[in-house]
Ligand binder design. Structure first.
Ligand code: IPM
Ligand code: MG
Length: 372
């Protein structure tokens, strides 16, 4: 029995999560996946009830669960709340307290969606890259941080970019293991031309790979150049490893290459426990809470559904089920079924699927794909 904590969160989070839960139920009914779903609050939804972005009780559940599935956090309503209690803080606390240091963000351009990208078809068609973002260190968590009053109408805003050897080493190993199972090609990105932390990153990645992964082809690219290369010729990359802040930015660029943020799943993983063999994990779409379309049944649930496919693969060791779910999503797209974010601008609104209809379409495709 697998325990899944569902944290649907804010904005479109509950809408897309509802569809993902129907998919989870399908795997229970048809593929023998035994799960127990629990629900709790995160983000603004938690703030409204508990005055903090995640309650200690919900954190306890997250720590005890096999996996956490998260929808989205944030919204204008909480813009004036302190950083420590803001919706985003709930997500950051989950990442930090669960020690989810490895964030896997695959950017895959489904053939049927190549025209939905803002880039030319030949640049993005067949794209399949994996961004591995360090998630519990760097400037997101570094101390000191804050806004200081200097007097005389002057203030100072401060954040600290800091990395230690073990943090770089463990993320480099996650990326290298993935690269070994893929194209044996790894690119690492930092700003060593201006930052000491980037120089350390470069040296440690170089050391780990040359010592333990001699078969890997390793390259280094400055983060600004990497941003440019991603829109110039993204297919030159296979696995790309980078720090927390650069990973945040570069993964949004990679997302747009694939046509829509509404398609991109992610997995955030901790270390493998030496005794139990278990690994903490949180799965969430890369997109945010999309306040502009909340409550309209217009959100694309595919990123959340594909995040569950990643859970099947990385947490439940069910790669055949993950393949099945990914194939079902590809089938839906091949049929030309589209939510608004992935439809051609010329598509009449009567042709667009709502969030729930997209869930129905994936369920139908699962039945076809599984030959039931
Ligand atoms: C992401 C998001 C988060 C981040 C926000 C919501 C805190 O942009 O997961 O990429 O900056 O990490
Ligand atoms: Mg981001």
């Amino acid at each position: 029995m697998k325990n899944i904590l569902i944290l649907a969160g804010d904005g479109i989070g509950p809408e897309v999560m509802r569809e993902a839960c129907r998919i989870i139920d399908w795997f229970g009914a048809h593929r023998g996946l035994e799960v127990n779903l629990e629900h709790d609050l995160v983000g603004g939804a938690a703030y409204d009830v508990h005055q903090c972005a995640i309650s200690d009780a919900a954190m306890e559940k997250a720590l005890a669960a096999d996996i956490v599935m998260l929808g989205a956090v944030g919204g204008a309503k909480w813009d004036n709340v302190d950083y420590a209690a803001r919706p985003e803080a709930g997500l950051l606390r989950l990442r930090s307290d669960l020690e989810l240091f490895a964030n896997l963000r695959p950017a895959i351009c489904f053939p049927a969606l190549a025209q939905a990208s803002s880039l030319k078809r030949e640049i993005v068609e067949g794209l399949d890259i994996m961004i591995v973002r360090e998630l519990t260190g760097g400037i997101y968590f570094g101390e000191p941080r804050g806004i200081e009053d200097l007097g005389g109408g002057q203030r100072r805003g401060l954040n600290t970019q800091v990395y230690e050897t073990y943090e770089i080493e463990r993320i480099a190993r996650v990326a290298a293991d993935l690269a070994m199972a893929r194209g044996k090609k790894l690119a690492s990105s930092e700003k060593r031309n201006v930052m000491e932390s980037g120089q350390l990153w470069y040296e440690e990645v170089e050391r780990v790979i040359s010592t333990d992964y001699p078969e890997l082809e390793l390259s280094h690219v400055l983060a600004d150049n990497c941003a440019m290369q991603l829109v110039r010729n993204p297919k030159q990359y296979d696995v790309l490893v980078t720090d927390n802040l650069f990973g945040d930015i570069l993964s949004d660029i990679a997302a747009q290459l694939t046509g829509s943020l509404g398609m991109l799943p992610s997995a955030s993983l901790g270390a493998v426990d030496k005794i139990s063999g278990k690994r903490r994990a949180l799965y969430e779409p890369v997109h945010g809470s999309a306040p502009d379309i909340v409550g309209q049944n217009a959100a694309n649930p595919l990123a959340t559904i594909l995040s569950f496919a990643m859970a099947l693969r990385y947490s439940f060791a069910r790669s055949a089920d993950a393949d099945l779910l990914e194939a079902a999503v590809a089938r839906v797209l091949d049929k030309g079924l589209r939510t608004a974010d992935i439809a051609p601008a010329s598509a009449p609104s009567s042709d667009l699927l709502g969030t729930d209809a997209m869930g129905d379409a994936v369920l139908a495709a699962l039945v076809e794909e599984a030959g039931l």
